[in-house]
Every structure is written in structure tokens, then in C-alpha cells.
Design a protein around this ligand. Structure first.
Ligand code: SF4
Length: 325
């Protein structure tokens, strides 16, 4: 795996659909259906898509907050072993919890500026030692150490997210999964928190999986971007490449849907319309065909495979590399 920290292979998560008194399984919601990507040490991969595309389910599988249905999640541990997080028994998973942490959208529910729980998990039993570490962590995220004595409701949204970040860093993680970490914040505060994450990444050599629905947010922080649609990856490429020349009509439509100041621009040709199909009953052929303005009879009949159309640039579209979207 060399500089690869995480390699996700064929990840699947299906939820059963049950019916009747005996809860008979009549089908499955294929929330994540064969996702592959790697995450190199020190990089940020942005995982993006509309609500319900499976990005949060995929990230929860990686954290083993839920058990995947299939596939492998190969992780290189701090001591150099490669383990499959998808099947690792709970007792072996526990010591790795410190290495892989999560930043939530709104940390208010679990907010405790004294951060006692992660520090206790990390073996810090001495109260004085813990207070010193909390002061250090608060400084690291640009807050004053005395904030540890404040009540959660006394913090602004931006301060709460800074505490959420400090909490995630309390165990000296290597991999941080951030799930919509700035989407609950005002735009001006978003930029500050994103800049903080970038600064911390360089300082602490962190690797980020950054999950978001907003392509403009992901662009700001990611080295590469993976776009998900109905449980599958439809495009994966370096950020500059994907913005220079998207190779999937869905990515191109998401880009055009990025909010802009002039409302007339939003009504321009090509804005994403229609509903996201249910992963319980996806359309035939290419899942995107009911919303795609380039769809042909082939698209309705034949499912495209994810293929490399330029070095490091993957697309799941029959016409990638032949058309400009
Ligand atoms: Fe559109 Fe066809 Fe490409 Fe699917 S395969 S994204 S329907 S052009």
C-alpha cells in the first residue's frame, strides 16, 4: 500500500426492506453499491453528492459505525500493519479508534469543552494532565484555554465546530472523517473553519475524508474529489482536473448548480433538475439517465462501468472522453 493509508474496495451497504408481520425481506436499499477509492497519507479526498447518494453511509462504514454488507476497507495502522476494517472483530477495532476520528456537522449534541471522554479513552487518567491537554487542544483550534469551563450553549456555531475539531484531535488521529463539517455555519465562518482544517492538516500530517453536498466547499479543501450518485462513484479525479474538465454530466450539472450571486445565472441551461432515484429501485442502464440531457437509448439499456479516461481521472459515463459536458 506504500503511501496509501486507506484503500476501499467494492464497498457495499444494503439495508433490507421488510414487509408483513414476519418482517419478510422483500428487497434491499443499495445505499452503497461497490465503491472503490484510495486515500493517500496526508491528502484530502472530498466525497460529494446530493442528499441520499450514500456518501454518509459509506463514511459510517469506514468508521465501522455500521457494518458494511460487502467489500474491503484496508487501513495501514500506525505500527505498519494492514487490517481490513470491514471485518475486524470489535476487540481489535477498539485500539484503532484513536487513529480514526470523526468531525460531525453540528457537534452540539456531544459537546463537552473539557473533552474528558476522548482523553479518558486515550488513557489520560490524571485530571491535571487532562486539563493541560485540553488547554493545548483549544489553543490549537484558535480558542482560549479558559473556554473549557464554559457551558456548551455559550459558544457560537463556529466556536462549537472548533471544539468539535479539537475533540477529534484529542486522540492524535491519523485519519479524520469530516461529515458536512461546515454546512451548518454561515459562509464567512465556513471559510475560517476550512482554513483551520487545512492548517491543522499540514501541521499534524492528517489525512482527511471530507464528506459534503456542496462542491464549492469540497473544492476549497480537497486534493481529489469523488462524486457519488445513487450509491455508486460516478467520477473521481484531482480537484483541478475535475473543475477544468468534468467527465460526467452529473458532476458538470452539480458545478452549474453551485450557488452564485446573480440569480439569473442559476436559471441558465443545464441546472440539475428532477429527483434523485431511490436506491431501492434504481433506473435501468445508467442510473443518471432520467436526469441526463445527453442520454441515449444505449444509456437506458446498458450500465456504464467506472473507467479511467485520463491518468487518474475516472468516469462512469459511456461518452466520457468523447464529449464535453
Ligand atoms: Fe448521461 Fe448516458 Fe453518460 Fe449516463 S451514460 S451520464 S445517461 S450520457
Amino acid at each position: 500500500m506504500s503511501d496509501t493509508l486507506l484503500e476501499v474496495r467494492g464497498l457495499q451497504k444494503f439495508f433490507p426492506i421488510t414487509r408483513g408481520f414476519f418482517q419478510t425481506v422483500v428487497g434491499h436499499v443499495r445505499a452503497v453499491d461497490g465503491v472503490d477509492f484510495i486515500l493517500k497519507e496526508g491528502e484530502t479526498l472530498g466525497l460529494v453528492g446530493e442528499s441520499g447518494c450514500g456518501k454518509t453511509t459509506a463514511s459510517r462504514c469506514i468508521l465501522r459505525a455500521i457494518d458494511p454488507t460487502g467489500g474491503q476497507i484496508l487501513y495501514r495502522t500506525r505500527d505498519g500493519r494492514t487490517v481490513d476494517l470491514a471485518t475486524l472483530p470489535p476487540a481489535e477495532l477498539l485500539p484503532l479508534r484513536a487513529e480514526i476520528q470523526m468531525i460531525f456537522q453540528d457537534p452540539f449534541g456531544s459537546l463537552n469543552p473539557r473533552m474528558s471522554e476522548p482523553l479518558l479513552v486515550n488513557g489520560m487518567k490524571n485530571r491535571r494532565e487532562r486539563a493541560d491537554r485540553v488547554a493545548e487542544l483549544l489553543r490549537l483550534v484558535g480558542l482560549r484555554p479558559e473556554f473549557m469551563h464554559r457551558f456548551p450553549h455559550a459558544f457560537s456555531g463556529g466556536q462549537r465546530q472548533r471544539i468539535g475539531i479539537a475533540r477529534a484531535l484529542a486522540t492524535n488521529p491519523r485519519l479524520v472523517v469530516a461529515d458536512e463539517p461546515v454546512s451548518a455555519l454561515d459562509v464567512s465562518i465556513q471559510a475560517q473553519v476550512l482554513n483551520l482544517l487545512l492548517e491543522l492538516q499540514q501541521r499534524l500530517k492528517l489525512t482527511f475524508l471530507f464528506v459534503a453536498h456542496d462542491l464549492s466547499v469540497v473544492r476549497h479543501i480537497s486534493d481529489r474529489i469523488a462524486v457519488m450518485y445513487v450509491g455508486q462513484l460516478v467520477e473521481l479525479a484531482p480537484t483541478s482536473e475535475i473543475f477544468r474538465q468534468p467527465q460526467h454530466p452529473y458532476t458538470a450539472a452539480l458545478m452549474r448548480a453551485v450557488p452564485v450571486a446573480d440569480p439569473r445565472v442559476r436559471t441558465a441551461d443545464g441546472i440539475l433538475s428532477g429527483e434523485v432515484p431511490s436506491p431501492a429501485a434504481p433506473p435501468s442502464g445508467c442510473y443518471f439517465h432520467p436526469r441526463c440531457r445527453h442520454a441515449t437509448a444505449r444509456c437506458r439499456a446498458e450500465a456504464p462501468a467506472l473507467r479511467e479516461v485520463a491518468p487518474g481521472h475516472f468516469s462512469r459515463c459511456h461518452f466520457a472522453g468523447e464529449m464535453t459536458f
